[in-house]
Design a protein around this ligand. Structure first.
Ligand code: G6P
Length: 483
């Protein structure tokens, strides 16, 4: 029954994201469900899967490979509507406009964004293709939830052809101040695209505020509280869009359960032992991305070794850097830079027995990640700019016995909620070094007090709370709690 012709099925609830919530897996894969797909790890899928099953929902997105048209199918109870991208689309829309224009621009230009008209044309074309897939499959009055910066034009494309739909959008990354957003040659079209939604969600109140300032400045929208009056061609108010913060979170129960599993606890012990049982294990876990401040972290760690405040006998830094966007130039340069730095540090400070930085350019399953969280005394999150940073929340969720220390950049969305973390400015290397040393020597009672309060915060605000909150606000058309 999962090979119906596309026109046969209409859906009341659709999620739209650049990436589908499934990955291809090979036939000899243990987790393989026999149809060649497996559900992707990650909070968004975990949160939405039950809703999808209950509400007769479908997920629209790209499966991650170029030049391949797939028919709709269903996997693990979720209907999947694939959108194809050609090699050219991947280059111009995904690697180009999404990840070499919007990504650096929205992260406060920590790398220089590139502006190319051919990339913009492709972004528009591909957004149109996603919108058309929704239009074809949406039941009358359906609820559509569009995700992230790759698809900002989709809300208004939907509204123009299907005013019956209820349209939500959530931006997972920061939204920059208008002074920075102003650089974008297509700033007006992006704002108009987003304003097609009934509800536009952001990670932090400041992202929502930045968006509203841009809406006022670049399309002359009038705004009362969080209500943005969107004007039609004759200047009449055509509809009201709302912008509001809904900080995303993780599947806290899932992580806590893994953290209690005997085999994972044993694996954590094994990791420590394999490293020679150092007094302190520090851990960094990031996509290999220039927004994550990995270089700043390594610099601080190296200086601490140089000054003898840490030694390789006593401390090891595990840096997991998962491969990301490897065909984009800035990411290639970053990889060379980080690997050069790691080689330099290890060459200078390693002994036959001990290594300073254990650098792992891999993806690991969630079980291994939780074992690493359990093995780590100090978690280092030093992002220069980050919409949320779920790694910080995962570390806290895994520390079920209230030990460990989280060093957290104040430039992450997570810093708004994890106020008991040891907050740092990653640009201030001396401050970062001081805080790392403070984390290494944090008294047990202080660590317990901080961790307990952070755990309470994320237990009350897990990813189900996030999706339920967003969808309730979208359904009601009322302002929710923005605190
Ligand atoms: C960030 C973005 C997501 C994106 C993810 C991985 O978290 O907000 O939209 O999917 O990075 O990046 P990728 O380019 O591999 O999808």
């Amino acid at each position: 029954e999962n090979r119906q012709p596309p026109e046969a099925k209409k859906f009341d609830f659709m999620v739209v994201s650049n990436r589908l919530p499934v990955d291809r897996c090979s036939s000899d894969d243990a987790e393989n469900d026999d149809d060649g797909w497996r559900r992707s790890p990650g909070g968004l899928v975990t949160a939405l899967a039950p809703l999808m099953m209950k509400a007769d929902g479908a997920w629209v997105g790209w499966h991650g490979a170029p030049d391949e048209e797939l028919e709709p199918f269903s996997h693990d109870g979720i209907d999947i509507i694939p959108v194809a991208l050609s090699t050219n689309d991947v280059e111009l829309y995904y690697e180009g406009f999404s990840n070499a224009t919007l990504w650096p621009l929205y992260h406060d230009v920590v790398a220089p964004p590139e502006f190319h008209r051919a990339w913009w044309d492709s972004y528009r074309r591909v957004n149109r293709r996603f919108a058309d897939a929704v239009i074809e499959h949406a039941a009358p009055d359906a609820t559509i939830w569009v995700q992230d910066y790759q698809l900002q034009l989709v809300p208004n494309m939907l509204r123009q052809s299907r005013p019956d739909l209820r349209i939500g959008f959530f931006n997972h990354i920061p939204f920059p101040a208008p002074e920075i957003f102003a650089q974008l040659p297509w700033r007006r079209a992006i704002i108009e695209g987003l304003l097609g939604a009934d509800l536009i969600g952001f990670q932090r109140p400041s992202d929502a505020a930045n968006f509203m300032r841009s809406a006022r400045r670049f399309v002359g929208a009038s705004i009362k509280q969080q209500q943005i009056q969107v004007k039609g061609p004759e200047g009449e108010v055509s509809h009201v869009a709302r912008a509001q913060a809904f900080p995303i979170s993780i599947a806290v129960d899932q992580i806590s359960e893994l953290a209690h599993r005997p085999d994972i606890i044993e694996r954590a012990r094994q990791i420590r032992q394999d490293l020679g049982n150092p007094k302190t294990i520090l851990l960094g876990v990031d996509r290999l991305d220039y927004t994550k401040g990995i270089g700043h972290r390594l610099k601080a760690f190296e200086e601490l070794l140089k000054e003898g405040r840490l030694t390789v006998e006593d401390a090891t830094l595990i840096q997991v850097a998962s491969p990301s966007r490897e065909r984009v130039q800035q990411y290639r340069l970053l990889r060379e830079e980080i690997e050069g730095t790691v080689g330099h540090i290890n060459g200078s400070y390693d002994t036959i027995q001990n290594t300073a930085v254990r650098y792992l350019h891999h993806n690991y399953p969630i079980e291994e990640m939780v074992a690493l969280y359990l093995a780590a005394d100090v978690m280092l999150v030093t992002a220069l700019r980050d919409g949320m940073n779920l790694v910080a929340k995962e570390y806290v969720a895994a520390r079920t016995n209230d030990t460990g220390a989280l060093v957290l950049s104040e430039f992450t969305g997570a810093a708004d909620q994890l106020k008991q973390a040891l907050l740092i400015n990653p640009h201030d290397i001396d401050g970062l070094k001081g805080t790392i040393m403070r984390a290494v020597h944090l008294p047990a009672n202080e660590s317990r007090r901080r961790m307990r309060s952070m755990r309470k915060e994320i237990l009350e605000h897990d990813v189900d709370h996030w999706s339920a909150g967003f969808l309730a606000a979208l359904a009601e058309g009322e302002l929710g709690d923005d605190s």
